[in-house]
Design a protein around this ligand. Structure first.
Ligand code: NAP
Length: 348
């Protein structure tokens, strides 16, 4: 890599070779070198340091992404629209200086040239300078970034920021779920958590302090929920869909609300339709789908709330870190399979 006025940088980029039929594999991807630069006016050259690994990437590994969603990744081109942290190496844009820590959406690559001010990922990934003086830079991919925003937006749309009740969180030891659980505990909700291993369940119960937790792989979901929340559920934060959403519908109280955050059970395999959706009618439920990127204007209130709890040591955020861009596909496969805890990240 050479830098400096007018330099050309060789960027390493991950590209999709073929769309996986079921589980993601290493050889579905390749790493290719692309020359970048020189910079034009209004542009910034960034050396990426951390890049995000999200279930959303799996949704885009197909010829067409679901309607209304971020575009599918084209084959044989650098993957784009993925949240990333980096350091400015060269700038020809006002407000950005060499050495600044920034976030942007050109992830899964070593370097990127970004047009300052260009709206990216509905505003979520528009180039922005971050204050990394008091927190690790990568926390802007976790609690102070999209993960925090997703947790905050879901709870806010549920009405759970101001109303007490019992909240079930699925995928509770993951990036979003672990924040939802901790926010629920801080807000005084009775939190019931589920995850895919006994170690994760023990962490949720003993460290996070949820009221009850169970292993989703080991028992009947409805039975586990009835034992964990005999009073019924007022809120469900759904990252799984399928069998988990059906179980929630069984156990919801009248007037309850469900945040449809994601449906990871569907991303790698087809699922049958819900068999008990009429319970949403009979119980007067609200089912609210949402995307964090539709609420980019909530980044600041989210950072105020979560940043305050973080500074007081009330929120922890485990990370599963994979070293090097070449390990990004493995990181995605491990996260989808439940082998990671907290936020899954690649350090470049
Ligand atoms: N709406 C939005 O804007 C938005 C933003 C970010 C994320 N999301 C969604 O939120 C969910 C969680 O995302 P994340 O980034 O926090 O990922 P994550 O929870 O860190 O990782 C995904 C976890 O899901 C669990 N899982 C995988 N397959 C499952 C299945 N068939 N049934 C039940 N659990 C399964 C696994 O954990 P266990 O094995 O421990 O259960 C896995 O580790 C995903 O659905 C994602 O698409 C939505």
């Amino acid at each position: 890599v050479t830098t400096g006025e007018g330099a050309v940088v060789q960027a390493q980029c991950v590209q999709v070779v073929r769309y996986p039929e079921t589980n993601v594999r290493d050889d579905d991807f390749e790493i290719v070198t692309h020359p970048l630069g020189p910079l034009a006016d209004g542009q910034v050259l960034v050396r990426n340091t951390w890049t995000s690994v999200d279930p959303a990437l799996r949704i885009r590994l197909r010829p067409n992404a679901p309607a209304g969603y971020f575009a599918a990744f084209p084959l044989g081109q650098p993957m784009d629209a993925i949240m990333t942290i980096g350091e400015v190496m060269e700038s020809r844009a006002d407000g950005f200086n060499v050495g600044d820590t920034v976030w942007h959406g050109a992830g899964w690559r070593s370097h990127a040239i970004i047009d300052a001010g260009q709206v990216a990922m509905n505003g979520l990934a528009t180039l922005r300078v971050l204050d990394a003086s008091r927190v690790p830079a990568q926390s802007y991919l976790g609690p102070l970034g999209t993960m925090g925003l997703t947790a905050y937006a879901g709870l806010r749309l549920l009405g759970a920021l101001e109303r007490p009740g019992t909240l079930w969180v699925s995928g509770a030891a993951g990036a979003v779920g672990s924040l939802v659980c901790q926010m629920g505990v801080q807000l005084g909700l009775r939190v019931v958590a589920s995850a895919g291993s006994d170690d994760k369940v023990a962490w949720l119960r003993d460290e996070v302090g949820v009221a009850a937790a169970f292993n989703r792989r080991e028992a009947n979901l409805v039975q586990s929920l009835r034992e964990a929340a005999p009073e019924g559920l007022d809120f469900y934060f759904d990252g799984v869909g399928a069998d988990h959403l059906e179980a929630a519908l069984e156990c919801m109280n009248q007037g309850g609300a469900i945040a449809l955050c994601g449906a990871i059970a569907e991303y790698e395999q087809d699922q049958p339709g819900l068999r008990n959706l009429f319970l949403a009618t009979s119980k007067n439920l609200t089912l609210r789908g949402f995307r964090a990127s539709s609420h980019a204007d909530w980044i600041e209130p989210m950072q105020d709330l979560l940043g305050g709890w973080l500074a007081e040591g009330l929120i922890s955020y485990p990370e599963s870190i994979f070293e090097g861009l070449s390990r990004a596909p493995q990181a995605l496969a491990d996260m989808m399979a439940g082998r990671t805890v907290g936020k899954t990240l690649v350090q470049i």
